[in-house]
Design a protein around this ligand. Structure first.
Ligand code: HPA
Ligand code: ZN
Length: 315
């Protein structure tokens, strides 16, 4: 790894805590919770990390999250991620958590939130890493289920700053959640949404106009729509781009095809993030390194990308 990449102070703005569950911790939690796993060992699980699209990844991601049962499990998951942040000079993080992945399995909302939040608070005190937590709705579930989740979350309103939208994009446009996001905004919450990862530019327009998001997560397909490009440049709407994720999920055939530096040079406020680092081969610095190796990103460009991440924070 390059020391100059670790040395850059940066913020991570697109990270699914459940996607930071490394195979070693996954096996340890399975043992702690007496859960039988379908993989004989860590190596076999890592070997299963080959995906043709977003859905194939999500199937494994939800399966892996099943080992998370107790408040301590969620604490340990979050703490392990924060130690990676410390090692890579990530000074601020805005992680997502997916409550429905857990409440659907009978884990109480407050068990999930308490474990995560306690680790984030300890990370702030002991590691000096500030945070803003984002509650993300699963878009393959119904509008009613999202409303239900928001209702469960409101007693803990002060623990998070925004709502997000993730999971299977195609067939689940932002418009499906227009009313839930309006309710969240009425409670003073900010909004972000995954859009334009596998879905068309139209989904990015909807995220902006219907959900009134502050940022677009991924958004790489914006480049297919010149009018949309002009808008995100004019309004400086940040895109939280995840290069290694995009290659692992075949959004681009290889890193040399990735459009993040083209966007950067056109004046788009793009940032570099890890998405699901345990599954996609690395944390923020590994994503920067992949851009250096695959796209020839210069130190000057890395500096601007890191600066964008600090400016695109919600909190
Ligand atoms: N896209 C959509 N949903 C997700 C992702 C992603 O990259 N990672 C975890 N949930
Ligand atoms: Zn994501």
């Amino acid at each position: 790894m390059y020391d100059w990449l670790n040395a850059l102070p940066k913020a991570e703005l697109h990270l699914h805590l459940e996607g930071s569950l490394e195979p070693e911790l996954l096996f340890a939690l399975a043992e702690r919770n007496k859960i039988a796993l379908p993989w004989p060992d860590v190596g076999a699980l890592r070997g299963a990390y080959a995906f043709n699209n977003l859905q194939e990844f999500l199937d494994l991601y939800y399966r892996g999250a099943d080992v998370l049962r107790s408040e301590q499990d969620f604490y340990d998951l979050t703490w392990a991620y924060l130690l990676k942040c410390q090692a890579q000079n990530v000074i601020h993080t805005e992680p997502f958590f997916d409550p429905q992945t857990h409440t659907e399995r009978g884990i109480p909302f407050e068990v999930v939130l308490r474990g995560i939040k306690q680790a984030l608070v300890d990370g702030e005190k002991q590691l000096g890493i500030s945070h803003a937590l984002i509650l993300s709705f699963l878009r393959h579930l119904s509008e009613e289920q999202a409303f239900d989740t928001l209702q469960q979350a409101l007693p803990f309103r002060d623990a998070f700053v925004a709502v997000g939208l993730d999971s299977s994009e195609l067939g689940h446009p932002p418009s499906k959640f227009q009313r839930v996001f309006a309710k969240a905004r009425s409670e003073g919450l900010l909004c972000v949404a995954h859009a334009g990862e596998e879905g068309p530019p139209e989904y990015i327009w909807q995220a902006l106009d219907l959900l009134k998001v502050q940022r677009i997560d991924h958004g790489v397909r914006a480049i297919e729509d010149e009018r949309l490009m002009q808008r995100i440049i004019d309004e400086q709407i940040p895109l939280t781009v995840c290069p290694l994720s995009n290659i692992k999920l075949r959004v681009f055939a290889d890193m040399r095809q990735h459009n993040i530096l083209e966007m950067l040079e056109r004046g788009v406020k793009v940032t570099v993030n890890s998405d699901d680092p345990a599954y996609f081969g690395g944390y923020v610095s590994e994503n920067f390194a992949a851009l250096h190796e695959g796209l020839g990103m210069t130190q000057e460009q890395a500096g601007r990308l890191a600066q964008n991440s600090l400016e695109a924070r919600l909190a």
